[in-house]
Design a protein around this ligand. Structure first.
Ligand SMILES: *Cc1c(COP(=O)(O)O)cnc(C)c1O
Length: 220
């Protein structure tokens, strides 16, 4: 398997300010270890149980990112080790993350997921909900979480113009709220772009790409 080759090839194309999250969901430990030996230290998973099992078995200098939709009742299992939660899309979820973070005496970094795709099925806040969340006293009172950026997923389509429009829209929201500098909200990370659209995402201001199949091959 040319995992190392794929990884190095992708990395050579990324600007210095763009962070690569290697999306390893469904892949076996040996594949992840191959990427690890090639220097990769940030891995993204979308299921808490799978991420926990991999965390237990793998070197402890890895940063684990939760990129999938998170159920509140499972938050507690990842708090001991998760570095960044990408898909936070409600105040309720943020509350639970903060509550568990307090229990574990940890500070957890989060990205708020914004709905930018046409599909109804993709999770995320719209701009009004984002505004409301950031302005709520409940959010401002959260002591153990920090919102460090936004995350979005474009529509699954071949239409590059549409994808570009969606990424640009998210970038405009990001820029609008970037100047907001409160204790628990400082936007510096824009997580957009996957195997099929990361170059376009970078052109539209992405600072963090989440790439799976172009590194590890197709998933079953
Ligand atoms: C699976 C997944 C990715 C990676 O997708 P690829 O097309 O394999 O690069 C990125 N982001 C999220 C949220 C995912 O669930």
């Amino acid at each position: 398997m040319p995992i190392e080759e794929n990884l190095l090839q992708i990395k050579s194309q990324l600007p210095d300010n763009v962070t690569l999250v290697a999306v390893s969901k469904t892949k076996p430990i040996e594949d992840l270890m191959e990427a690890y030996h090639a220097g990769q230290r940030i891995f993204g998973e979308n299921k808490i149980q799978e991420m926990t099992e991999k965390w237990q078995q793998m070197p402890k200098d890895i940063e684990w990112h939760m990129i999938g939709h998170v159920q509140s009742n499972k938050v507690k299992y990842m708090i001991p080790y998760v570095k960044l939660i990408h898909g936070v899309d409600s105040l309720k979820l943020l509350k639970e993350i903060n509550r568990q973070a307090v229990r574990w005496r940890k500070n957890i970094n989060c990205l708020l997921q914004i709905h930018i795709a046409e599909e109804e099925t993709k999770f995320g806040l719209d701009e009004n909900e984002l505004e409301e969340l950031l302005n709520s006293d409940e959010f401002k009172g959260m002591t153990n979480i920090k919102v460090i950026g936004l995350m979005g997923m474009a529509t699954f389509t071949d239409n590059q113009e549409q994808i570009k429009k969606e990424f640009q829209y998210l970038k405009s929201i990001f820029d609008k709220y970037k100047s907001l500098n409160t204790t628990n909200c400082q936007l510096n990370t824009l997580s957009t772009g996957m195997s099929g659209d990361y170059q376009l995402a970078i052109d539209c201001g992405s600072t963090m790409v989440r790439i799976g199949s172009s590194i590890f091959g197709n998933r079953n």
